[in-house]
Design a protein around this ligand. Structure first.
Ligand SMILES: [Zn+2]
Length: 165
């Protein structure tokens, strides 16, 4: 099955600032503890800026079933999800944009390359589709604008009240 690919959704791992987590942690949390069939993200940005590809993807304009990541219910068939490690202050509770310099650079490069390769896919944050989430702990629209992403590729809508789009 193939779905039209419309959004690149940004997440955080909701883990404390400065604490190292990687693919083995995400796989344990999502697959073993939550029992999901697939992890929540295609790409994971580690504290040192490394991009760990958890689920591969191809170059076309659709999301095939093998490309799906379980980042946000109702959105997975049409979205690619990426995540940075962090998003909480050191106390493990308070929402905080904890992106390291390396993560900021890696995310910016990825998002810019992504918008070149998929010029119709819009950027969005998890908190724009789920009112109970602070994820990814920063304003995606504002950040995207600040790094020069054209506004036509930034989705600043809030979709809380829509069952599905
Ligand atoms: Zn999220």
């Amino acid at each position: 099955m193939k779905n039209n690919f419309t959004h690149l959704m940004i997440h955080c791992s909701a883990t404390p600032e400065g604490m190292w987590f990687d693919r083995t942690d995400i796989e344990r949390w999502h697959l073993q503890e939550r029992g999901w069939s697939k992890v929540g993200y295609s790409g994971l940005f580690l504290l040192d800026g490394t991009l760990d590809l958890l689920i591969p993807f191809d170059r076309d304009d659709s999301i095939s079933s093998w490309e799906i990541s379980n980042g946000a219910r109702g959105w997975n068939g049409r979205s690619r999800h990426i995540c940075y490690i962090g998003g909480l202050a050191k106390n493990g509770r308070t929402t905080k944009d904890t992106r390291t310099v390396e993560q900021l650079v890696a995310l910016e490069n990825f998002v810019k390359m992504h918008t070149m390769l998929w010029p119709k896919v819009k950027l969005i944050g998890h908190n724009q589709v789920n009112a109970t989430k602070d994820c990814p702990s920063f304003d995606v629209s504002q950040w995207a604008q600040s790094i020069g992403i054209p506004s036509s590729l930034i989705d600043s809508n809030i979709y809380y009240n829509e069952k599905t789009i």
